[in-house]
Design a binder for this molecule. Structure first.
Ligand code: ZN
Length: 433
């Protein structure tokens, strides 16, 4: 249990260290250990809370403080991705060293769990909120959230319904000597498909190309690789590209017609890949299996394609766009979620933005789109705007972002405290009067 700081509140870095030590790698999960830890922590401060466990070991945790009509949800997830090879120290040590907390989940997402928990505990000690601040640390996010935020949204929507949600988002982006913060307002939708081609097997010494399932699939894969998706801009992605074009000294006014021309001239290639992905549907053929033996013409070949679509697109759009390329193979849906999006021109966004500036200074804060999926989509599907934050100090170590889902994951204690203070301040502003 987190060491107590002066004034009786837990230190956020000790809470995070404790959370990292409770292994909750998903699959298989094991988030109940985290939920029970949070229960003991919140019980100690007499904060009403509950554990919801849809299946053994897969619990989510909810707590709530304050009374009134306004409602704000602090969302986070308690599962982590499996560890990769080559860590410098044990990945579940939760070690506090050199100003960092080390271990799997330090950033994604136990750092946010700890910061949100400590912000709630701090507010419960110091203020009578005139609205409800809900804390939900949910299971299963890393493999789709069906047993976590998805389960709550389906079975207990009223427990998490709020005016708006704060959830995980992208870390600040370092470009040149400057750091830019972003607020995630939306995410692309996965439209993952399995393709199956059929052929007729025979002896490989007398090949018949039109019967070869691998050859058929190869031409489909080539077609997908050469497909040029249409560029689609929202006002947010337009301003994102425009901002980075200006920073690189380009004077073009960015539009759907010249995005690719502008991207070609940007200097940071990693940034270009990201901007390219948030301005169009992307297609990545990532798995292929076919054939059994060198001298047998294969009668079966399967491929898995990672397709991500923009707001405004759906499964029918994908099938319609690709129907000529996919002719001759069977198509199965592996996973589909509609893209989700929250407005950046409302009072919630402006409140988050202005509060963030008080903590990180007058740096550009850009509304961004996630290329991957988070639990925010479940809230957005309920009609609750959801915003992703990745609050860090301006002099953050850029290696930290690269450690998410990678090796040597860590977060600096200064950023953790900043995140906690930001969260407490935001809730105080929205629910304090
Ligand atoms: Zn995450």
């Amino acid at each position: 249990m987190g060491r107590k700081q002066e004034g009786g509140n837990p230190a956020v870095e000790s809470v995070l260290s404790d959370l990292i030590k409770i292994q909750s790698v998903n699959p298989p999960g094991g988030e109940t250990g985290v939920a029970e830890y949070l229960k003991r922590l919140f019980d100690r401060y007499q904060i009403p809370n509950e554990i919801i466990e849809p299946s053994p070991g897969r619990a989510s945790f909810i707590a709530c403080i304050g009374e009134g009509n306004k409602r704000l949800l602090y969302l986070s997830h308690t599962d982590v991705v499996p560890i990769t090879e080559g860590w410098d120290s044990p990945p579940f040590s939760g070690e506090l060293k050199d100003g960092f907390v080390h271990g799997r989940g330090a950033i994604d997402c136990k750092g946010l769990v700890a910061a949100e928990a400590c912000a709630v505990i701090h507010l419960a000690q110091t203020l009578k909120l005139k609205g409800k601040l809900i804390f939900a640390a949910t299971a299963d996010e890393e493999v789709g959230g069906y047993l976590g935020a998805g389960f709550l949204a389906e079975k207990y929507p009223d427990k998490i319904r709020a005016d708006f949600t704060i959830n995980e988002g992208a870390e600040p982006l370092a470009m040149g000597s400057k750091t830019y913060h972003s607020l995630s307002v939306g995410e692309k939708g996965p439209a993952w498909m399995k393709l199956i081609s059929k052929g007729i097997s025979s002896h490989g010494s007398v090949p018949v190309m039109e019967n070869n399932a691998v050859v058929k699939m190869a031409s489909v894969i080539n077609g997908l690789a050469n497909y040029k998706p249409r560029v689609g801009l929202t006002s947010e992605t337009q301003s994102l590209v425009q901002t980075f074009a200006r920073l690189d000294g380009l004077s073009d006014k960015v539009s759907a017609d010249n995005v690719d021309d502008v991207l070609r001239r940007l200097s940071d290639r990693v940034l270009v890949s990201y901007l390219s992905a948030v301005t169009r549907m992307t297609i990545s053929p990532d798995v292929i299996h076919g054939g059994v033996k060198t001298n047998i013409v294969p009668d079966n070949c399967e491929a898995q394609i990672d397709i991500r679509i923009l707001p405004g697109q759906n499964w029918e759009y994908v099938i319609n766009e690709l129907k000529e390329i996919l002719g001759g193979v069977e198509v199965e849906t592996m996973q589909y979620h509609a893209p989700s999006f929250s407005r950046s021109d409302n009072e919630y966004y402006r409140l988050i933005e202005s509060t963030l500036k008080e903590f990180v200074g007058d740096v550009p804060i850009l509304p961004s789109i996630c290329t991957g999926a988070t639990d925010s989509r479940y809230l957005r599907e309920m009609g609750v705007p959801s915003y992703g934050i990745g609050v860090m100090t301006l002099n953050m170590d850029p290696a930290m972002s690269g450690s998410v889902h990678g090796k040597n994951e860590k977060i600096d204690i200064a950023s953790l405290r900043l995140k906690t203070d930001f969260l407490a301040s935001l809730a105080k502003k929205y629910l304090g009067n």
